[in-house]
Design a protein around this ligand. Structure first.
Ligand code: ADP
Ligand code: ADP
Length: 226
């Protein structure tokens, strides 16, 4: 089925900037899709519309919900370019935040936090504080925080853009392994051609003023990569 479906979607910001559309976009459940394009072409806008953080000016945005998960917070995990961690809280407490907001009981929350930290390779850093962590590790915490509610859809907005190339490549590989294991739907925003082709099953190329899809291609991967 479809995890995400955008139909005739446009976004004009309050300042009059026509940022997007009209745009049609379908993402299948379990698919890893990249939105590739230059700065300002509307990639983040598209992601925020899918996340429900912004409303479209016109058109429809549909996100499918697993049974019993009516709230968007349980369906979608969002990873921003800036890790936006709370500096006064340790890794474990940072990852706990969405569970607190969802009123998940403490024992269950602790188990889920342990699992999410293991998934991103940070099991041993639960008690560390953000200032003690490298950029790559902070991004891993951010990813754990997005995964801890077990969302169906992971939205990632240029998550690795600020990292050095080696750390970035390592995170690319770890994200691929995660995706193969968890089979979540991923929409990954990037302006890196390499990253889009390496990671995703389908690359959607966008152009500016206002943001539209200008090309789209599928990556065939008969052999598992990575
Ligand atoms: P991208 O993620 O591809 O860099 P964005 O979606 O951030 O593109 O931006 C698309 C266009 O919308 C740009 O011209 C940007 O300046 C404008 N824009 C983005 N967010 C806002 C906002 N909150 N208010 C007004 N204009 C915005
Ligand atoms: P990442 O794997 O997140 O890309 P880095 O390349 O920044 O990590 O760091 C390489 C390795 O060094 C990490 O996997 C981690 O084991 C270790 N490391 C980095 N920062 C710290 C730290 N503050 N305390 C302990 N070990 C660290």
């Amino acid at each position: 089925g479809l995890a995400v479906s955008l139909r005739d979607v446009t976004k004009v910001y309050d300042n009059g900037v026509a940022a997007l559309g009209p745009l049609d976009l379908d993402v299948r459940t379990g698919e890893f899709v990249s939105l590739l394009g230059p700065s300002g072409c509307g990639k983040s806008t598209a992601l925020r519309l899918i996340a429900g953080l912004n409303a479209p000016t016109s058109g429809t945005v549909r996100v499918s919900h697993r049974a019993g998960r009516a709230r968007a917070g349980q369906t979608i995990g969002f990873v921003f370019q800036e890790p936006t961690l709370m500096p006064w809280a340790n890794v474990s407490e940072n990852v706990r935040l969405p569970l607190k907001l969802a009123h998940v009981p403490v024992a269950e929350a602790n188990a889920r936090i342990g699992e999410a930290l293991a998934q991103v390779g940070l099991a041993e850093f639960a008690g560390a504080y953000p200032r003690e962590l490298s950029g790559g590790m902070k991004m891993r915490v951010s990813l754990a925080r997005a995964l801890v509610t077990d969302p169906d859809i992971l939205l990632m907005d240029e998550p690795f853009a600020a990292l050095d190339e080696i750390t970035r490549f390592r995170l690319n590989n770890d994200l691929l392994s995660l995706w193969r294991n968890l089979r979540k739907t991923v929409v990954f925003v990037t302006h890196s051609v390499f990253e889009s082709v390496y990671l995703s099953q389908r690359v959607i190329v966008m152009s500016s003023r206002p943001g539209r899809i200008s090309a789209e291609f599928r990556i065939d991967a008969p052999e598992p990569r990575g």
